[in-house]
Design a protein around this ligand. Structure first.
Ligand code: MG
Length: 308
């Protein structure tokens, strides 16, 4: 087990967007900016900063424009990748006028999930994204893609979605998306499934263009991440402090905690470029703001050991 591991991996921090979007408490603009800067100080280079979505649907992201404009005044800004989630051309327009240099777009492998989420089938969502990606690339932006429900859907359950997955993935890569993140939206996957899906994808796609976005809803995130690592994946999404919860199961864990991921890799001699104690400061700061202690086990252990 675990042969030929990479020397380093890249962690994409999704806390400020995917995390905060799924928290009940709305964090102030100033605190969001401070959180992102603390993450950057810890060594994170790619931080999903916000989303340009409808404010009535996602009130947590109402200040997306202010956040992006304020970040550009910071010294570290030029060295950071700050993708912003964009659902359509309108969102892209605002992202562009806010100075965003990178966007993230999303679809899934489940028509039911897509219908409930954005009122479009998978096919329709790709038609909608087509001009968004094209325009973003014309504007000189980088585009990252998400595919949700890869290992199961909250409405359809375990989906036999390999064909659809390949279709969405081909669409993204053919359009010029530089990295596609495969999401286990409700933490349904297990290491054998992850291995088998990635083994299939490796036949047709470059594994280096893929990232994994594993959720810890059933405590499987790190196991699934290790399985992905062994299949050649070196990019992983996670959220400081495990911020975000699970939008489909109240009180359950959602995003994998960044500190757990960093500890896993660094303790095995795989470099992440992230300073754990600085990262804990970022997690501590934001968990305090959303008035939560968990669900990151590493965070709780660290606090206990350091009496803080
Ligand atoms: Mg997530």
């Amino acid at each position: 087990m675990l042969k030929a591991l990479p020397e380093k991996v890249k962690i994409v921090e999704v806390g400020p967007r995917d995390g905060l979007q799924n928290e009940k408490t709305i964090v102030s603009t100033q605190d969001k900016i401070k959180f992102i800067l603390l993450l950057a100080k810890a060594g994170l280079k790619s931080i999903e900063a916000t989303s340009f979505v409808r404010h009535d649907k996602i009130p947590q992201m109402t200040d997306s424009k202010e956040v992006m404009l304020a970040l550009q005044k910071e010294n570290q800004f030029k060295n950071l990748h700050l993708p912003c989630l964009v659902p359509n051309l309108k969102g892209l327009e605002i992202a562009n006028s806010s100075g965003a240099k990178e966007i993230a777009v999303f679809s899934s492998t489940s028509d039911t999930f897509n219908k409930k989420n954005i009122n479009a089938t998978v096919e329709e969502s790709l038609e909608r994204l087509d001009p968004v990606i094209e325009e973003a690339l014309n504007l000189g932006m980088k585009v990252r893609g998400y595919i949700s429900t890869v290992f199961g859907c909250p409405y359809e359950g375990k989906t036999k979605s390999l064909e659809k997955l390949k279709k969405v993935l081909s669409f993204y890569l053919d359009k010029g998306v530089y990295e596609v993140s495969l999401g286990d939206t409700i933490g349904h996957g297990n290491p054998l499934e992850v291995t088998s899906v990635l083994r299939e994808l490796r036949k047709d796609f470059d594994i280096k263009s893929l990232a994994m976005h594993m959720h810890d809803t059933r405590g499987m995130a790190l196991a699934n991440i290790l399985a992905s690592l062994e299949m050649g994946i070196t990019v992983f999404d996670s959220s400081a402090g495990g911020l975000g919860g699970c939008p489909y199961a109240k009180g359950a864990s959602g995003n994998c905690a960044t500190e757990e991921l960093v500890y896993l890799f660094e303790s095995m001699g795989i470099s992440t470029g992230i300073n754990l104690s600085e990262l804990i400061k970022a997690s501590s700061f934001i968990l305090d703001k959303v008035k939560k202690e968990g669900p990151s086990k590493f965070f709780m252990a660290y606090k206990k050991e350091n009496n803080s």
